[in-house]
Design a binder for this molecule. Structure first.
Ligand SMILES: O=P(O)(O)OC[C@H]1O[C@H](O[C@H]2O[C@H](CO)[C@@H](O)[C@H](O)[C@H]2O)[C@H](O)[C@@H](O)[C@@H]1O
Ligand SMILES: O=c1ccn([C@@H]2O[C@H](COP(=O)(O)OP(=O)(O)O)[C@@H](O)[C@H]2O)c(=O)[nH]1
Length: 475
């Protein structure tokens, strides 16, 4: 089997340094473990000088070698906080109102991609298969090809891909689309994203689909597919069972004092719809006085990308909303929202999910949302909680037992919370069973194997849309 090289902006911290808050890191570590190989990425550290950022730090963990580089402050600002997170992130999450298309950031983005390509090209062996992750690194394959690299290179986008009229608002949309044509396989989370992407290529006149999932652009033919990312389902279930003995989880159970638990877990990001979710909960409290004192909503929200101004502003807004709702509804012995602004270990989260009656996962737009899948994996089969899920999360294309909501409609999301609290046991079990079976079949190993099979062999990519049995829709 050829060696696998994974390239991603974010690389997981050393195994002994605790949990990472990013879904990508969690999923990929599991994927590389079986096969071994090289993982290249940003160390998360800032180099004082350009010469310092040339130094590669190597770390070996089992059969994975990590090659990490520091970025200069300027690179970090322009490439990561700038173009990746102030232009691409909002644009690909349909938030043109928040996008900032800055020329200096754009130059920095392409410069850092060229830098990563130079570092990587020196380490590539002829049979290596290269798998590039996410929107930070779109131009990487084009940069590698320009350096004479002919290996198979795949790309997976963890976040959504919007319709052409949204994407074309980016002044450099054509340059980015052209960069994609240097890959052998471009993968998306769900079929809707892949369809939007093909439509962008066609409308920009970059070529044509020769068959479903194969695109010809000039001399290059490459594959396009949808590969919904999974979790380590069985392992997460075991962790959740074990976590019943976790001291923090036990403290939580005692403090609940028989109240129903509603849980939300998200990085502090505007795509996650946290403010809207709190407003929906407020509607629920207004419309359901009988629930006062009988429910607790725990929102775990670690800070994220705090250097980006839009994130700092949102942090204030959400804290204000939580404070206002608590001020209006609290009693001397009850607080309706417990709002936590730091990272909670995944092992503890698993235990909290297991004791929760409702998982509230209501992003305005999300590539997949691993929290939705982890919530389902953590449930007690004989008494499972209910997943209330945004129709705009990639996970909604798979989890047909969720109660689907429109996160922009606070009134009906509040109503869905009320319905979930009252849902009979039999219905909860039937909904959970269907979702758990899906997550067992399509776990993170399935994701990894199906992507690599499509990249490394002549096999066609799995079909988009309703022809692919992995896609199903909640009602
Ligand atoms: O690295 P950060 O800037 O701190 O952000 C954390 C990660 O967020 C994004 O996650 C996405 O990938 C998940 C797994 O496929 C998916 O479930 C989720 O919907 C996406 O938002 C981002 O794509 C990663 O690159 C970041 O590392
Ligand atoms: O305090 C926290 C918050 C989140 N997570 C983990 O971070 C991941 C978040 O992935 P998701 O796809 O939901 O969103 P992303 O942050 O990648 O956009 C999940 O595995 C969570 O269990 C964590 O370990 N601790």
């Amino acid at each position: 089997m050829s060696r696998l090289i994974v390239v991603s902006n974010r690389v997981p911290p050393p195994a002994d340094k605790g949990a990472s808050a990013g879904g990508l890191a969690v999923a990929l570590q599991a994927a590389l473990r079986d096969r071994g190989g090289l993982w290249l990425g940003w160390s998360g550290e800032t180099a004082a000088t350009e010469a310092e950022s040339e130094e590669i730090k190597t770390r070996v963990e089992g059969n994975i070698t990590f090659s990490l580089v520091d970025l200069t402050k300027r690179d970090q600002e322009e490439y990561y906080s700038g173009f990746a997170n102030r232009a691409l992130w909002p644009l690909l999450h349909y938030r043109l109102d928040l996008a900032d298309f800055d020329r200096r950031d754009t130059t920095g983005y392409f410069r850092v991609n060229a830098f990563f390509a130079r570092i990587l090209a020196a380490q590539i062996q002829p049979d290596d298969v290269i798998w590039v992750q996410d929107y930070h690194l779109i131009p990487l394959a084009a940069e590698l090809r320009a350096r004479g690299i002919t290996n198979k290179i795949g790309f997976f986008l963890h976040i959504p891909w919007p319709p052409a009229d949204v994407f074309f608002a980016m002044p450099w949309h054509r340059r980015l689309l052209e960069a994609f044509t240097s890959y052998d396989l471009v993968g998306f989370q769900i079929d809707y994203d892949a369809e939007n992407f093909v439509n962008c290529l066609v409308r920009e006149g970059l070529g044509r689909e020769t068959s479903r999932g194969t695109f010809k652009a000039g001399e290059r033919e490459f594959k396009i597919g949808a590969f919904p990312i999974g979790i380590e389902t069985a392992e997460f279930t075991s962790v959740a069972v074990e976590a019943e003995h976790n001291a923090l989880v036990k403290r939580m159970a005692v403090s609940l004092n028989n109240r129903k638990l509603i849980i939300g877990v998200d990085r502090l990001d505007y795509s996650k719809g946290i403010d809207q979710r709190m407003l929906a909960y407020e509607r629920f409290l207004e419309n359901t006085p009988s629930a006062h004192g009988k429910v607790t909503y725990l929102q775990v929200t670690p800070k994220s990308r705090s250097d980006v101004p839009e994130y700092a502003e949102m942090q204030r807004e959400i804290a204000e909303t939580a404070g206002r709702i608590n001020g209006a509804f609290s009693d001397i012995d009850w607080v309706p929202i417990r709002y936590i602004n730091r990272t909670v270990k995944r092992t503890t989260l698993a235990g909290l999910f297991r004791m929760a009656d409702i998982g509230l996962v209501t992003p305005l737009r999300d590539g997949m949302n691993l929290v939705a899948k982890e919530f389902v994996a953590a449930q007690k089969p004989e008494d499972p909680g209910v997943l209330v899920l945004s129709r705009f999360a990639g996970a909604a294309r798979e989890l047909d037992g969720a109660v689907l909501v429109n996160p922009y409609d606070m009134e009906s999301t509040g109503g869905a919370i009320a319905g979930a609290i009252e849902m009979p046991l039999e219905e909860r079990i039937a909904r959970w069973r269907s979702m758990y079976d899906q997550l067992t079949r399509y776990d993170v190993n399935y994701w990894c194997e199906s992507f690599l099979k499509a990249l490394e062999t002549q096999h066609n990519v799995p079909a988009f849309g309703s022809q692919n049995p992995q896609f199903r829709q909640a009602s």
